[in-house]
Design a protein around this ligand. Sequence first.
Ligand code: AMP
Length: 494
Amino acid sequence: MDGSSEKTTNRMVTILPNYKIGKTLGYGSFAKVKLALHVATGHKVAIKILNRAKIKNMGIEIKVQREIKILRLLMHPHIIRQYEVIETPDDIYVVMEYVKSGELFDYIIEKGRLQEDEARHLFQQIISGVEYCHRNMIVHRDLKPENMLLDSKCNIKIVDFGLSNVMHDGHFLKTSCGSPNYAAPEVISGKPYSGPEVDIWSCGVILYALLCGTLPFDDENIPTLFDKIKKGMYTLPDHLSYVARDLIPRMLMVDPLMRISITEIRQHPWFNNHLPLYLYIPPLDTIEETKKIDEEIIQKVVNIGFDRNQVVESLVNRIQNEATVAYHLILDNRNQNCVPKDPFQSNFKEISGGIFNSTFPVQNITSHVGHSFSALYGLKSHVKDDKTWTLGLQSQGSPHDIMNEIFKALQNLKVCWKKIGLYNIKCRRVQRRVRSLANYTNHTIEDECAIIKFELQLYKVREGKYLLDIQRIDGPQFIFFDLCVAFLRDLGVV
Ligand code: AMP
């Protein structure tokens, strides 16, 4: 450890007693990033240290404050999580999710162009993260492979929200920002833009880089580079598949009004191929996300020594304290452990449950038992208040027949249930996961158990139309999603 590093670590020990400080992970243009261990939970984090004097000299206080404020709001599997911010008169310490494998930029440099399946897997995650930002009225404005970190399972984490901005309806943004190679024509021309379309352009450049290993627009001479971007001058190599050749130009459309939207990207056949179910459904917005409190995680936080009421109250009121930091660290680490290790081979699928606020295509699929169930990924609810959207299944069969089918499916899936009402049941399933420990011991097999609790309610939407709502109550989210998929399969919906 050099002198300055030792000094930093010693200082951090007193300021951050909840963390054990480790090695330096990297240096940014105005920050140092250290690895640390959150003592109470044993989970690793990355701590970004920002020196106040340095950021003042560089005139980037607003950029730093903006990044902190925006990241505090965001909770998405493909956006870096910020757990807490500790401020002293000299420094700002930002505690973030630790991401192990480095930048997407280095990955592309090392591997060259990626196979379409691998590129798609990364691109689907990027689009889902960007869509989530836009839904929360945030436009990133500096999307590039240098701002995408890869975790140990090769999953994307979008970082660096320093240039991002909050969108307001009817207002246009003007600031020209971002890296020139990824900047949209309207941005470099200094034209006003509403926001999402500039991120879509940058995603188009990233998609090109993933599939081709080079940039679509590049030139040492900046005016020439800008000229190429403004004219949309690039070539599509022959090795690209027909569908990829269709998607890239739609994203790199010079006229922002003609550019493809995220909703349209989601419907594009190149994007849709092998789309994991957890990305199939647009994510909850942050307000809905924070309303969900996981009982299993609360119990773990209580076991560490925190008071249950205090944890719940702090979570509900979005207060940052030791208990909520522990809660989010345990929650994120559990959810990450449920993501498939090899996304190309795994048949692990996820589906979201609950209420969210977006439109999504409705699929009508005839069930194998005669009457039609529709999987409604975003049905406008007639049951709750008018502004909410509900995930559910719609059916035209008689409520009695529907309930019988549900019971049969639950029985097949070894789900236990308790009737709360005629059309309302509480369900419980013990999920066994067999984990091979071949790498550690001599082919030992270890069983892991997870208990998933959920509730089913059949609503009458209107005469002859019923809606089945599925809500998770407790248990690992990803395993619940898996169970939902199996349930839908059993009902003949998917
Ligand atoms: P930045 O100041 O955000 O550009 O970060 C500087 C360097 O620190 C990056 O290039 C990464 O190598 C490393 N780094 C930043 N954030 C993280 C993180 N959350 N997990 C692991 N390494 C990180």
